[in-house]
Design a protein around this ligand. Sequence first.
Ligand SMILES: [Cu+2]
Length: 325
Amino acid sequence: MSETQAAGAAPTPATAESTAAPDETHHWWRLIAIWVVLSAIATPLFYYLAGPHMPPGAMTNMAEGARFDFNILMVCAIPVLLAVWIYLLYAILTWRASRGGPEPVAGPYSRGHLGLQVGWIVSSTVLVLFLFGFGTYALVQPGGAGGGQGASPIWTPASKTILPIQVIGQQWKFTYRYPTFGGFETNELVLPNDTSIQFNVTSLDVIHSFWAYQLGVKADANPDYNNVAFTTTQQLGRFTVRCAELCGLWHGAMFNYGVVVTKRQFESWATLTAVRLRHNTALLPPYRLTYTPDANGADGGFYPNNVDPYSKVEMYGAPQGKGAG
Ligand SMILES: [Cu+2]
């Protein structure tokens, strides 16, 4: 704004200010009232209506924990969002310049308002510190966060009986070994309900990520590393497993489905599968927490025992024909 304009506009604010001064608190309390009312409506509306339908659902304690955490974050965020939007809308409607009206001028508060500044810093600090505390608690409380805790987990489930299942990532599929049922390996991930499960996640080649979305588990699958993630099933149904780490050409096709069944169904499935796959299991390397791939297919290696590592026989443990390749 030029000097002449400012000088020309000067008489107007003098008259505006005299009427605006008692109006300031009026605006302030009106804004607070709108904010309190809308927050009191929107926050429980979200929490009780939308909250129970938020992903990833409640199939396991991990998934339910993630959903609860998300809902708490939203409950903290909604009043902040409303404060910004209400103020913005109120300012646009109330303090906008009207055609032919007086030149809009800022009051003395445009130079600084100590109460507002201190209030803003204190309230945002309190909010951030609360979220820090809550986040730390939520990370630890259900037995880790389902993200894998490395080879020696600190937070373990309370349950005495934990079913171990090994997750093996490789380009480009996941397979699962059940060490307590003879160590058979299958591409079906079947889990018993109401059971604490210990996933031992590893890889045979590059880095992958075992992401069982509805289970609330997403754990890195790294070669030569055993990454442990816990979860406790609490609902029957199907779930999706995807690789969540770009791992090569067919990364996008690296997914399958799993299912949570009753304990009895699981027992019979596992027992039958152990019998059905016993010939394959005999060809597998013994169960270990990690496997070192051997491209030359030496004994104990994980590719067919032929000379050409790039033969058409792809699966480790597959019958090793002499003329393969
Ligand atoms: Cu992958």
